[in-house]
Design a protein around this ligand. Sequence first.
Ligand code: XIL
Length: 367
Amino acid sequence: MLNLICKTALIKSVLLLLIFIGTTPLTGCSKKEEPVIPVTPPVVETKTLKEKAKFPIGAAVTVAHLKETDFANAFKSNYSQLSAEYEMKMKGIWTSLTGYSFDNTDYLVNFAIQNNMKVHGHALLWYSSFPDWFKTAAYDSLNFENNVKTYIQTVVSRYKGKIVSWDVANEIFADDGTLRVESTVYKTFKDPIAFYGRCFQYARNADPDVKLFYNDYDQVLNSAKRNSMKKMVERFKKSSYPIDGIGDQFHTTIWTSKTTVSSGLTDIATTGLLVHISELDIRVNQNKSDSYVFTDAEMIKQSDMYKSIVESFESLPQAQKFAITTWGITDKYTWLTGWWHPKEYPLLFTSNYTKKKAYDGFLSGLK
Ligand code: XIL
C-alpha cells in the first residue's frame, strides 16, 4: 500500500515537473525561439463608394438609363448624388420663349428624392445648349438678359429645396484663358463676366440655399484657364455676386500627370470655394486605335489614376470637398464612345455592371 502511495506521489511529481518545464520560457536555453511574424489579414473593403465617402458620390444619368433595372440598381447601391447628363440643360427644358418641358427633370429629381440622393443641377448657362429658337431670335442685350433671367428664376425656383446645387455657368473660357468667342453671350454683351455675375444673383434670389457653381474642363491642368476662373471669382467677390463652388469636369486620361492634377486641385482650392470633380471619366485608348485591347495592365493603370485623383481630392480641406461625380456609371453607356473612340472604357462598371478595378482604385483612394 505504502509502495503504491509512493509510486503515485512520484508520478504526480514527474507530471508537475513536466508541466513546469512546458510552461516556462526557454530563456538561456540553447533552443532558439521561433520569431513571431504577425499576420496582417488583407483589408477587404466591404463598403460601397457612397458608404465609405465622407462627401457625396455622384453620377450623370438619363431618364432612359434609370428605367433599366441593372443600371438603376448599380446607381442606387453605389452613388448618393445625381447629375443629369443632358436633360437639365437649356435645350432639354426651354422649348420656346414661354414653353418649358419639365417631364424629364421632374423624373430625375423624384427618382433622387425617392432613393435618398442629392441632385446637382447641370447646367443653367452653357454656350452649347442655348436652344436654336433662342439663338435665331438674336435678342439685344436687354431682352436677352430678361429672358434668361426668367428662365433661371423659373427653373431654379421649381426645384427650390430639392436641388442642392447648380452649375450656373459652364465652359465660358477658351483653352487660352480668354472668353469663348463662339458663345452667344460673348456676342451679345460688352462685359460677359458681369452678365454671368448677375445670372448667379438671379439663381441666388430664386433659391437662397442652393450652392452656385462655375463649371469648366481642364482647370486643373490648364493654368491659363484656371487663372481666368480665379480672376472671375475675385471680381465676383468684389462685386458681391454670389458664388459657392468651382467644378472641374475631369474628363481625363490614364496618361495625365498625377502631380499636375494634384497641384492644380490645390490651386483651385485657394479660392476658398467648394470644389467639385464634376464629370470624372478616364480615357484609356490614347491613340484612338481600332485594335485597342483593354488589357489587365491598362485596367491597373486606370485604377491607379482613379485612386490618385481621389487621393488628391481627399487632401483638400474637408469643408471644401463638395462631391466627386463620374460622367456615367458603366462602360456600356459613355459619351466617349461617340466623342472620342468606340473602344473606350472610362467608367467604374463594366458593360455587365460588374465592378472594375477602377472601382476598387476609387474606393481605396477614399479616406
Ligand atoms: C455631354 C453629354 O454627355 C452628351 O450626351 C451630350 O450630348 C453633350 O454633352 N462637358 C459638359 C457636359 O459640361 O455637359 C457634356 O455632356 C460633356 C462635356
